[in-house]
Design a binder for this molecule. Structure first.
Ligand SMILES: Nc1ncnc2c1ncn2[C@@H]1O[C@H](COP(=O)(O)OP(=O)(O)OP(=O)(O)O)[C@@H](O)[C@H]1O
Ligand SMILES: [Mg+2]
Length: 215
């Protein structure tokens, strides 16, 4: 379920579905997040805006409950990976090219251990090394983590984080018009194409890329 639907579901416990949708939409517009792009990490900001709509439309005794439920949803915000995920999490610190090689081989080993076929293993290894190399080259280093996808999905989940300058022209890069350094169709767009899900948060404080590769 999208975060949008989850918020509406909560609001819907104390108002009609139509109102729940309009309260959610209005609040989301107020925090300037486009439709379809709401993330758990936006919820703390969204909450303040939702409160007005909840006060307007919900019964007084249901208001607190609805707002508390949104808070609970927001609590998961800094760890979307925290929903039951097998403990096996591998973390590689990225400072130099040698760490990219390490990241790639850990990723490959995990995909193998999870029973991926040769193509799937290759996809995981490629995504890992592209993200790790970008962090080293453009952000002065970072961290990459791998863990099994949350069952019943079969896959490898990858989180790459850095405190670099951010990716200024992300939309352009993902549009396909950007000519990557190697021009081999790898890079970020290549990773996106390999992935079941692909999520980038980037800004002047750094970049966070969360990817899931199906096995
Ligand atoms: N973690 C990052 N931090 C800052 N900028 C980044 C980061 N990752 C990518 N970029 C920027 O985005 C651009 C596109 O990255 P992408 O990986 O798609 O291509 P590339 O690295 O230029 O070429 P290739 O990956 O094919 O060698 C990079 O040139 C860089 O400017
Ligand atoms: Mg690259």
């Amino acid at each position: 379920v999208s975060v949008e639907r989850a918020v509406e579901e909560i609001l819907g416990r104390c108002m009609s579905p139509i109102l729940a949708q309009s309260v959610r939409r209005r609040a989301q517009r107020a925090i300037q997040v486009p439709e379809g792009a709401l993330r758990l990490s936006d919820l703390p900001r969204l909450q303040g805006e939702l409160a007005a709509g909840v006060r307007l439309f919900a019964e007084p005794n249901a208001q607190r409950q609805a707002l508390d439920a949104v808070s609970a949803l927001a609590k998961g915000s800094d760890e979307p990976a925290s929903s039951p995920r097998p403990a096996e999490k591998i973390r590689v610190e990225l400072a130099a090219e040698a760490d990219v090689v390490q990241a790639r081989s850990h990723a490959r080993a995990l995909a193998e251990r999870l029973g991926g076929d040769a193509f799937a293993i290759q996809r995981v290894a490629t995504a890992a090394s592209e993200l790790a190399r970008n962090a080293v080259l453009y952000a002065g280093g970072g961290v990459i983590e791998f863990s099994p996808s949350r069952p019943p999905q079969r896959g490898v989940w990858i989180l790459a984080r850095d405190a670099g300058p951010g990716i200024g022209n992300l939309d352009h890069i993902l549009s396909g018009k950007y000519k990557s350094r190697t021009g081999l169709g790898r890079g970020l767009l290549g990773v996106k194409r390999l992935a079941r899900s692909f999520d980038v948060t980037t800004g002047s404080n750094g970049t966070r890329i969360e990817v899931e590769i199906a096995l």
